[in-house]
Design a binder for this molecule. Structure first.
Ligand code: PEP
Length: 249
C-alpha cells in the first residue's frame, strides 16, 4: 500500500514571526518533487495564519500543536478546531506527551479533541507512547494499546487520521529505542488500529515515529516497514537538519 512519507515538524513553543521565511528556506534546500515526501510544519498558534500564507504554493502543509474539543465558549487560552481550520491549517497534533504529562490530558479528552478536529476538516496526529519505567517493566505495548483504544474511542474516522508513536523517554533526550523495538511497536500499533477500525483502514493510516529523530538516525528509522514518517522536535527547528531528514525518507 503506497503512502506518502510524512515529515512533520513540531516547533513546540519556539519561534517568532520572522520564522515565516522558513518554508521558503526549506524549499531551497529540498525542492518540491525532490522525493515522495509530504512536509508539515507545526508552529505555535500565534503564527499559524502567517505560516499558512508563507507556505502557499510551496507544497508544505501547516498544522497546529493542539486544539480544544468544544466549538467555542469560556475556555480561556484555548483554541477550537474550527479556529485552527479557519487559519487554513490542515493538521493538528493531539495528545503529545508534553500535554498529557504537563497539562493532564486524558485519553478521553484526546478522543473528544480528535473527533472535533476531524469535524472541522483537520487531520489529527494522535500521539501515544510509554514512559521509561513502563518500558522497563515490559508494559510498553499494553500502555500504547490502551492509549490507542482510549484516544480513538467514539466516532473517529480512521480514513482521516495519523498516529505518532513517541516514547516519552526518547523525546528531547537523544535516546532512541532500538530499530527492532520501533518495528515491534509500529507493528503492534497497526494491529491495534486494525482491531479498532478494520484491516484495510489500518493499512492506510500513517504511523509516525517521534523521539530524538536526527539526520544521523532518520534513514534507518524511516526504512522500517511500518514507519510512515517522523514527528520531529529539536531537529526540525533548523531547516538544514529538517531537509537532511526529509532527504533520507
Ligand atoms: C516531539 O516533541 O514530538 C519530539 C519528537 O521531540 P524531539 O525530536 O526533540 O525528541
Amino acid at each position: 500500500m503506497y503512502m506518502k512519507t510524512l515529515i512533520a515538524a513540531n516547533w513546540k513553543m519556539h519561534g517568532d514571526l520572522s520564522w515565516v521565511q522558513k518554508p521558503a528556506e526549506f524549499r531551497k534546500l529540498y525542492p518540491a518533487g525532490a522525493g515522495q515526501v509530504e512536509v508539515l510544519l507545526c508552529p505555535p498558534a500565534h503564527m499559524l495564519l502567517a505560516m499558512v500564507r508563507a507556505a502557499r504554493g510551496l507544497d508544505i502543509a501547516i498544522g497546529a500543536q493542539n486544539c480544544h474539543d468544544k466549538a467555542s465558549g469560556a475556555y480561556t487560552g484555548e483554541i477550537s478546531a474550527a479556529m485552527v481550520a479557519e487559519t487554513g491549517a490542515d493538521y493538528v497534533i493531539l495528545g503529545h506527551s508534553e500535554r498529557r504529562e504537563m497539562f493532564g490530558e486524558t485519553d478521553a479528552f484526546i478522543a473528544a479533541k480528535t473527533k472535533a478536529a476531524q469535524g472541522a476538516g483537520l487531520t489529527p496526529i494522535v500521539c501515544v507512547g510509554e514512559r521509561r519505567a513502563e518500558r522497563e517493566a515490559g508494559q510498553a505495548e499494553e500502555i500504547v494499546g490502551a492509549q490507542i483504544a482510549g484516544s480513538l474511542a467514539g466516532e473517529i474516522d480512521g480514513a482521516n487520521l495519523v498516529v505518532a508513536y513517541e516514547p516519552v523517554w526518547a523525546i528531547g533526550t537523544g535516546l532512541v529505542p532500538t530499530l527492532e523495538d520501533i518495528a515491534i511497536m509500529h507493528d503492534h500499533i497497526r494491529g491495534c488500529l486494525a482491531r479498532r477500525f478494520d484491516e484495510a483502514t489500518a493499512r492506510k493510516i500513517r504511523i509516525l515515529y517521534g523521539g530524538s529523530v536526527k539526520p544521523a538516525n532518520a534513514k534507518d528509522i524511516l526504512a522500517l516497514v511500518d514507519v510512515n514518517g517522523a514527528l520531529i522536535g529539536g531537529a526540525s527547528l533548523e531547516m538544514d537538519s529538517l531537509a537532511d531528514i526529509a532527504r533520507q525518507a
